[in-house]
Design a protein around this ligand. Structure first.
Ligand code: PLP
Length: 354
């Protein structure tokens, strides 16, 4: 820390991203990236012609990509906001929509929520998940601050249905409810359909997981015009050209190629179910997942030990030290071949620890 840092950030605890090792030796199952590359058309969209225009600013209104997304989801352009990764939208939401300077979110969820709450000096109401890690929607009725739920939740993979979200929205007419749908394409139903009914609903999605573009940094929000206007106000007060030209081109092509990406999601779902079955037969408890990862533990080996033993053998998964989940590991679903190797390595580790 330098002596220049504003003292309000001195004790600040930043978010810790999953490891991103520089060598490619690992089977990388730790940051929920897609194991499949972008589509051919997406790759071709980032071409010499586009690169040769890099001296020009990108379209700050992102009209073309917003229109494509609006078409895909059957909403209007004014209902779509684009951002440099969906973390950016979450950041803005914590900045802008936190009534009573308060944010309400589960104890086990995306680690960034508490970081943003801290960044803006907010009070956090941290709601414990039920014993089985599911969200009880009744815990979020009639609150007095912004509610943030990842659905499916991370790192559990558990999903709550539209009816429950509707009840939360209905009973919180004066609070924004942020539904972080980073993993919605892996088996859940998006709640964006409710934006016409509820002006307090902010749906956040990303191209990072289901659309193989984590490296491009592209996220989007779907909401009523008022909330989108507010996000734009903050964007134009911080970084009007928040999406670069190459990412915009890739994003447009990716929406055109939606079938390719949704087909990849189906492959991931199939591999997820295969992996869950294998792990269960090896003695793991696997939480039913609607995401591109599974969360699992076993009495046969300590959670952190398993993480370390896998890493020694070239397999990276994500382990969290938080006590409530320290026996678990979060395993991103890779290709079928990667998961077959993963299962073999797990068997090896278990055999050696018997
Ligand atoms: C990965 C993830 C994000 C962030 O995604 P980016 O668009 O890459 O910033 C947001 N929320 C959850 C729950 C995630 O897992």
């Amino acid at each position: 820390m330098s002596r220049f840092l504003n003292e309000k950030y001195a004790a600040f605890e930043a978010y810790t991203p999953g490891e991103q090792p520089k060598d490619m030796r690992y089977i990388k199952l730790n940051t929920n990236e897609s194991p499949y590359p972008p589509s051919k058309k997406t790759i071709e969209a980032v071409n010499e012609k586009e690169i040769s225009r890099l001296m020009l600013y990108p379209d700050n209104e992102c009209v073309s990509l917003r229109d494509k997304l609006a078409g895909l989801y059957g909403v209007n352009r004014e209902n779509i906001y684009l951002s440099n990764g969906s973390d950016d939208i979450l950041n803005f939401a914590f900045m802008a929509f936190t009534k009573n300077n308060k944010a309400i979110y589960p104890d086990i969820s995306y680690g960034f929520y508490s970081v943003f709450a801290q960044l803006y000096g907010l009070e956090s109401e941290v709601v414990a998940l039920k014993e089985d890690f599911s969200i009880d929607y009744r815990d979020y009725l009639k609150k007095d601050g912004m509610i943030v739920l990842a659905n499916p939740n991370a790192p559990t993979g558990l999903y709550i249905g539209l009816d429950e979200i509707r009840d939360i929205l209905k009973s919180n007419p004066d609070n924004v409810v942020v539904i972080d749908e980073a993993y919605i394409d892996f088996g859940g139903e998006s709640c964006f359909k409710l934006i016409d009914e509820y002006d307090n609903l902010l749906v956040v999605q990303t191209f990072s997981k289901s659309r193989s573009m984590a490296g491009a940094r592209l996220g989007f929000a779907i909401a009523c015009k008022g909330l989108i206007d507010d996000l734009n106000k903050i964007k134009y007060s911080t970084n009007p050209y928040n999406i670069n030209r190459l990412t915009l081109a890739a994003g447009e092509a990716a929406v055109d190629d939606n079938d390719y990406y949704m087909n990849n999601c189906q492959k991931v779902i199939k591999t997820r179910e295969w992996t869950a079955k294998k792990l269960t037969s090896l003695g793991f408890e696997v939480i039913p997942s609607k995401a591109n990862f599974i969360f699992a533990k076993t009495d046969l080996i300590d959670g952190e030990k398993l993480y370390e033993e896998l890493k020694k053998r070239g397999v990276l998964v994500r382990h969290f030290t938080n006590k409530r989940i320290s026996q678990y590991n979060r395993i991103t679903i890779g290709t079928q071949e990667q998961m077959e190797s993963f299962i073999n390595v797990v068997k090896e580790v278990l055999d050696e620890n018997r």
